[in-house]
Design a protein around this ligand. Structure first.
Ligand code: NAD
Length: 686
């Protein structure tokens, strides 16, 4: 047909093969090729049935999202689907790999579907802030039922071939290695049996549901969908499938996606999708940079972080040696790891055998020399430069040459740590986030002397253990914590100036963050970095700690907690804050939600600009990737830098200048922010 779609015949069956590497995405060429092939097969009297299948590693894996927002070219997908469904000869989709998004919508427009056992089928559009736009929301419920369709469409998670067969999404599961032959045989049988043209659009038996399912679904998932527009839009489309005739439902779906595509949420979600991929590109470390083999990992410290870090490797099949100072600490660390794995097994996500296999990959030791043969050692001891230097000095003498020596430090200078060794080129920061076995982000801190192959190895390793790696430079707190400090400082000032902790938390929660700074402090423990001996009673936090209100673990912190850890604003905290403000001579005033938001967020954007200016992050989208994956920044707002562009940098600068006049140097605009505004540009233009 054309260079990406081929048409051949096998007996009475026409086989359309899409061959557009890497994933057979629905580019204009693919769509036009399929349309032409269906037409041609339709006109060929010798052809009695059609099989649509794909070469390479997968069935059509989705739309070509690089086409979004560009003028349409080629045959629209809706027309391709109408041609397939309208074909007078039965069409069988033969599925392997991942039939996702537009790919599944094509398959749903065929009369029958067969799939290999390993195939996955899904509609992930919601993850890009969209609804499926080519009939997916109308056809899927007709096959799998309304309730399951709601989940598949609103969560965006794929279905296995087995489930697809059970629910009626596919008509047969083929042999693992005989998809094409089995699909042709299936089509041949259809012809022999004179099977009807099973059009999904004509089926309505599974649409007869109690309307209560929609309300129940909304209620059950309110938390999960909080702030997002697309899941609600998806629900409405499925409602339309139930309420309206098929063509009207399709029209409603089309109108919905056309409304969502230019919206800020979908733009943000698509931006995040590309930003995470872009973060893997390091300008001076090409993709073909050789990497070092990491077959055995050492972790020093079995505390909060060391345990979680070790789990990542054990789960990925890499053996780990954990070194502690005392047997008791080691035993405690290992038992926490076991408990975590057992909880995962209880939830059915791994088997008991997996728990034992993973635990079997962990070896404890009290002797650093047990790390001699490791390819990578990650230090996760106390956040103290003297201790870290001592540990690295010892490691240098013990660990084999060529190994990577990494620190999980949150703030400390990685170059200074590296200087404690005679091989600073092998030293790098691997900053995991707590809980380290859960959080997706890995800040990879490149020291002044870190070798390129060490950077390349760390970036690759991030993927191996299922993390999103972002390369950052050495500075206090790196990218994430450095920006967080801005927000923390303002939050602390705001509660003395007039707001209450729950006001600040509410505003940031409503913005879409998982929790505000005070709820977060209560969760982490107010006494991190606090000691009774040095406490001066000068901040609300110090005063709370002195009263043994140290957060959730003591039943009280900024908030009061009941046995189920439900928080309520505390009159004690309120009194502490009011008294302290009076003591400091602060005239408390009414503070608007808008001011709270701007005071907390704009200095972060400004700090992000400074980070870019100093070259501590490669690009603005890397900063956003840090915030989305490490701090729960709402994906639908793209990240702080994307948000800055959304607000408009002139507005961010204007507000910063206004605050600078009122509150001083904390709000001094960065040179880059001023320059971008002067040039009429945004972070997106960098
Ligand atoms: P932690 O106190 O829970 O654990 C530290 C462990 O290291 C302790 O079990 C201690 O016994 C052990 N240790 C200390 N010195 C040792 C030595 N010389 N040899 C062997 N073991 C030794 O601390 P943590 O929260 O896990 O933090 C560890 C590091 O990770 C710090 O640098 C911290 O800044 C960083 N970090 C912490 C978090 C967090 O949220 N907790 C997040 C990111 C990074």
């Amino acid at each position: 047909m054309n260079d990406v779609v081929d048409l051949a015949t096998e007996g009475a069956v026409a086989v359309i093969t899409v061959n557009s590497p890497p994933v057979n995405a629905l580019s204009a060429n693919v769509r036009t090729g399929i349309a032409e092939a269906v037409q041609k097969a339709g006109e060929d009297a010798a052809v009695k049935a059609i099989v649509l299948h794909c070469a390479g590693r997968t069935f059509i894996a989705g739309a070509d999202i690089t086409e979004f927002g560009k003028p349409p070219k080629g045959v629209p997908l809706s027309e391709v689907n109408a041609l397939l469904e309208g074909s007078a000869k039965p069409v069988v989709a033969a599925i392997h790999g991942t039939a996702l998004g537009g790919g599944l919508e094509v398959a749903l427009s065929c009369h029958y579907r067969v799939a290999v056992p390993s195939a996955k089928l899904g509609l992930p559009e919601v993850k890009l802030g969209l609804v499926p736009g080519a009939g997916g929301t109308q056809r899927l419920p007709r096959l799998v039922g309304v309730e399951r369709a709601l989940e598949v469409i609103c969560f965006g998670e794929p279905m296995s071939a087995k489930e697809a067969a059970e629910t009626g999404l596919v008509d047969a599961v083929t042999g693992a290695d005989s998809l094409r032959a089995d699909a042709v045989a299936f089509a041949t049988r259809l012809v022999a049996e004179n099977a009807p043209l099973a059009k999904v659009r004509d089926r309505s038996e599974k649409l007869a549901v109690d309307r209560g399912v929609f309300a129940a679904f909304r209620k059950a998932n309110a938390r999960r969908f909080r702030g997002f527009e697309a899941p609600e839009a998806c629900i409405q489309c499925v409602e339309a499938a139930v309420d309206k005739p098929f063509d009207e439902g399709l029209k409603f779906e089309r109108e919905t996606i056309m409304r969502l595509i230019p919206g800020v949420q979908s733009r943000a979600q698509r931006y995040v999708f590309f930003a995470e991929r872009q973060a893997n590109k390091i300008p001076d470390v090409p993709d073909d940079t050789p990497t070092r083999k990491i077959a055995r990992v050492g972790v020093i410290g079995a505390g909060t972080m060391g345990g979680g870090i070790s789990m990542n490797f054990a789960s990925a099949g890499i053996p780990v040696t954990i070194v502690e100072m005392k047997q008791e600490a080691l035993d405690r660390g290992l038992s926490v790891i076991r408990k975590n794995y057992e909880n995962t097994a209880k939830r059915g996500r791994i088997t008991e055998a997996d728990v034992e296999a993973r635990m079997g990959r962990l070896t404890g030791s009290l002797d650093l020399s047990a790390l001699a043969d490791c390819d990578l050692v990650i230090e996760a001891v106390f956040e103290n430069m003297a201790i870290k230097k001592e540990v690295f000095g010892k490691l240098d003498a013990i660990v084999k040459q060529g190994a990577i020596l990494a620190s999980n430090t949150s703030y400390l200078n990685v170059d200074e740590i590296a200087a404690a060794t005679a091989r600073p080129e092998d030293v790098i920061g691997l900053h995991f986030f707590s809980p380290a076995n859960v959080m997706k982000l890995l800040e990879i801190v490149r020291g002044e002397k870190t070798a390129k192959d060490v950077v390349a190895t760390a970036m690759k390793l991030a993927k191996t253990i299922g993390k999103v790696g972002v390369l950052v430079g050495v500075c206090h707190g790196f990218v994430g914590n450095r920006m967080l400090a801005q927000r923390q400082r303002e939050a602390n000032k705001l509660i003395l100036e007039g707001a209450m902790p729950w006001d600040v938390d509410r505003v940031l929660y409503d913005f879409g963050l998982p929790m505000g700074p005070f709820a977060m402090s209560d969760l982490a423990g107010l006494d991190i970095g606090w000691s009774r001996e040095t406490s001066k009673g000068e901040t609300p936090r110090e005063l709370l700690c002195e009263m043994d209100r140290r957060g959730q673990k003591t039943g009280a912190g900024f908030y009061d907690y009941d046995e189920k850890r439900n928080a309520t604003p505390s009159p004690i905290t309120e009194t502490i804050i009011l008294d302290l403000a009076a003591k400091k001579g602060i005239n408390r005033r009414e503070i608007s939600d808008e001011e709270i938001l701007q005071r907390c967020i704009y200095p972060m954007i400004n700090e992000g600009a400074k980070i870019l200016e100093e070259g501590k992050a490669i690009r603005a989208s890397d900063i956003d990737t840090v915030w989305v994956n490490g701090y729960g920044w709402p994906v639908y707002r793209g990240g702080p830098m994307f948000y800055g562009d959304t607000v408009g940098l002139p507005e961010v600068l204007r507000v910063m200048q206004e605050f600078e006049g009122r509150h001083g140097a904390d709000f001094k605009p960065s040179a880059l922010l001023e320059k971008l505004v002067a040039e009429g540009k945004g972070f997106k233009d960098l």
